[in-house]
Design a protein around this ligand. Structure first.
Ligand code: HEC
Length: 106
């Protein structure tokens, strides 16, 4: 998932400029970068299962973000991008890798 930060940074810039159409195209690229990264990652420390964490991210804050994008809710999309970014970091925390840097989106 080495591209995840640069995609997230692009998402932040698109959110700032209010470019919903470009954000809608970027979203699935970010999701597949995360999914592929998780699938090829070695077994992790920590209690939580990676597949459960991934499903929680995809169906939680990621879906909230794309739903806002689809419905043209610009303020909602910005808020859910912040929540989605937090859930990136909480997955890393759950696998005891809190030091993995995730770019800020504010
Ligand atoms: C479901 C859990 C999960 C989610 C959600 C998640 N990550 Fe990760 N992330 C991982 C795992 C697992 C690794 C690999 C850790 C390892 O190398 O052992 C990783 C590694 C990384 C790395 C280091 C990549 C590298 O190749 O050096 C970055 C950067 C990263 N994640 C960014 C993100 C960003 C940005 C998001 C959200 C858009 C995100 N992650 C969401 C689990 C997750």
């Amino acid at each position: 998932m080495s591209q995840a930060n640069s995609l997230l940074k692009q998402a932040k810039q698109l959110a700032r400029s209010g470019d919903m159409e470009a954000s809608k195209k970027l979203a699935p690229m970010l999701a597949s970068e995360v999914r592929q990264g998780v699938e090829k990652a070695p077994a992790q420390k920590g209690e939580a299962s990676l597949s459960t964490l991934l499903e929680a991210w995809e169906s939680g804050s990621y879906t909230a973000w794309t739903t806002s994008l689809e419905s043209g809710n610009e303020a909602g999309a910005r808020q859910s991008l912040v929540a989605m970014r937090a859930q990136c970091a909480s997955c890393h925390a759950a696998i005891e890798r809190p030091m993995i840097h995730v770019v800020g989106v504010r």
